[in-house]
Structures are given as structure tokens and as C-alpha cells.
Write a protein that binds this ligand. Structure first.
Ligand SMILES: Nc1ncnc2c1ncn2[C@@H]1O[C@H](COP(=O)(O)OP(=O)(O)O)[C@@H](O)[C@H]1O
Ligand SMILES: [Mg+2]
Length: 273
């Protein structure tokens, strides 16, 4: 049987020359905050997303990703197809997914969500029904995360890969998700402040599924708003009530599970989501 140069390889000395040898690098992500370097690679008629660790922090993160994808599969989560060793680290192979992340910070550039040509602003201009469909995909994927006993860490709009043509939402970069609950041993977790729960900034706190409920509440709040400063809510008041409960500062006041959040959200959408 013929072997596949990305899916059947166990280790590669130097990744970039290897990728150029077996195919063509059509896109490179070298400026990521994470310290990872990723490539869009065409091999034969297929396109792949190859993510590699260039730093110890990046390598730890990619190691975590193996655990996440081993435990969680969902049609909206870009599946990990293979991984192999590279000099000093790891490379992960995913199918290439068309679309754009709603927010793309790099080492040299942050912000820009309110720029009318940004993916986030374009997304926020879509018909409400399209946004509700995307939100539903994100929530549904997190039912699978919950069932696997994992909690969301570092979920933000940089994980939301939207194909404006196919109108399809996919989740990428779930590398920091962990089995939960766990105790926060650092001063804070990685992530975007706009999405994070208060306990993620408090050493010694418990990070559990209620933390995930909070972050999902923030996703709902920020995506279903026409602007970037939360003053142009596009949903109903009952949807907003669900979000208020999901994002209560005391975890005890939130929904106790993603499932409870999803039920409440679907109830508030009265069959429209
Ligand atoms: N499967 C994929 N197909 C196409 N593009 C992707 C895919 N996964 C991620 N990307 C793009 O690559 C960028 C970097 O990937 P990501 O996993 O977020 O890396 P990092 O952890 O370094 O931020 C993302 O912002 C997104 O634009
Ligand atoms: Mg990222």
C-alpha cells in the first residue's frame, strides 16, 4: 500500500524542507503568539494544516492537543489526523479548512475587531439566523467537550474559523483544553480577557465546567452583537437573560453544565436556533 507523506510518517528531521519536498507550502503562520509555526500544505490534490512547536511552551500545548483530540470528536471541531516528531518538538496534521478566524492576533498586531473589513465585523453583519446556526455549532461541540470530561481553556474568537461562502463554523486551536476540574496553579490561564471567567485570573481557584459555561456565555454575547462594545445586542431579552446567568461572576450562580446552558439557550430561541 502506498504511504502518505504526512499521515504515515513517524518522524521528520527538519519540517519545512520536508514539507516543500513532499508538496507545496501555500501559506505560513510564523507570527503566532503561541510560539507555534503552522503551514498550509498542498500534497497531491489535498490540502493540510500542519502545526509545529518551535518553543517549549508551544510543544507543551501541542502535547495537550493530542489528549484533547483523543477524547473529543465533533463535526464542528477540526479533527487531528496525525502527529509526528520533529527535531526538538512535534508536528500535528489537520485537514485544511477554508475560512478565516474571526480574530487573528499575531506577535506584532492585536485589535482591529471593529474595523468594518475585519472578519469579526463581517460576521456580525450576517443575518441573525446565520449567526444563531454558528452559535449552535459551537455550543453543540461543547456538549461533546463536556461529555469527554474536558473544560475549555483559551477559547476565544481566534478559535472560530468561519467559512463565509459555505456559511460553516469550525473550531480550531483547542490545544489548551484540559481534563477538568483542575486547580489553577499559575497566576492566570492563557486566554483573551474578553472571554475569560474571573476564576481564570485567581491562583488556587477551581476551573471546572462552570468556567466553560462562562466562556460560552461570552461567545454568545460577543457574536450576537452588531458592534464591538456590547451596545448593539441583536438577540432577544430572554436570550440575554440566559447569557447573564451563564456569565455570573460567582460560578455557583451559573448554569451547572453546558447541557443546562444549551437547554436554556434553545428554550430562549423558541425554535429558531
Ligand atoms: N485546520 C485549519 N485549516 C486552515 N487554517 C487553519 C486551521 N487551523 C488553524 N488555521 C489558521 O491558522 C492560524 C493559526 O492556527 P492556531 O491553531 O490558532 O495556532 P496558534 O496556536 O499558533 O495560534 C489560525 O488563526 C487560523 O487562521
Ligand atoms: Mg490560535
Amino acid at each position: 500500500m502506498p504511504t502518505h507523506p504526512l499521515l504515515d510518517v513517524a518522524s521528520v528531521e527538519r519540517l519545512e524542507p520536508y514539507l516543500e519536498g513532499v508538496g507545496h507550502i501555500f501559506r505560513a503562520f510564523r507570527e503566532q503568539d503561541s510560539g507555534c509555526v503552522s503551514y498550509g500544505v498542498a500534497v497531491g490534490g489535498e490540502r493540510w494544516f500542519v502545526k509545529s512547536a518551535a518553543t517549549p511552551t508551544g510543544a507543551t500545548s501541542l502535547g495537550r492537543a493530542l489528549g484533547v483530540h483523543g477524547a473529543v470528536q465533533h463535526p464542528a471541531i477540526v479533527p487531528l489526523r496525525h502527529h509526528f516528531k520533529i527535531q526538538g518538538g512535534l508536528a500535528l496534521i489537520y485537514p485544511w479548512v477554508d475560512g478565516e478566524v474571526l480574530y487573528h492576533p499575531t506577535v506584532s498586531r492585536h485589535g482591529g475587531r471593529s474595523d468594518p473589513t475585519s472578519p469579526m465585523a463581517l460576521f456580525r453583519n450576517l443575518p441573525v439566523a446565520d449567526i444563531l446556526r454558528s452559535l449552535n455549532a459551537i455550543l453543540d461541540a461543547h456538549l461533546a467537550v463536556e461529555q469527554a470530561g474536558f473544560v475549555a481553556v483559551d477559547l476565544y474568537d481566534g478559535c472560530l474559523l468561519y467559512d463565509f461562502e459555505a456559511q460553516r463554523m469550525a473550531l480550531c486551536d483547542l490545544d489548551e483544553y484540559r481534563p477538568g476540574p483542575f486547580i489553577l496553579e499559575a497566576d492566570r490561564l492563557p486566554g483573551s480577557r474578553r472571554f475569560m471567567a474571573p476564576e481564570e485570573f485567581s491562583k488556587g481557584s477551581t476551573i471546572d465546567i462552570r468556567t466553560t459555561v462562562f466562556v460560552l456565555g461570552r461567545v454568545l454575547r460577543l457574536l450576537l452583537d452588531a458592534g464591538d462594545d456590547e451596545r448593539k445586542w441583536r438577540g432577544s431579552s430572554s436570550q440575554l437573560k440566559v447569557i447573564e446567568r451563564a456569565t455570573a461572576s460567582d460560578p455557583a450562580d451559573r448554569f451547572a453544565s453546558v447541557e443546562a446552558l444549551v437547554q436554556a439557550w434553545r428554550g430562549a430561541c423558541s425554535g429558531r436556533c
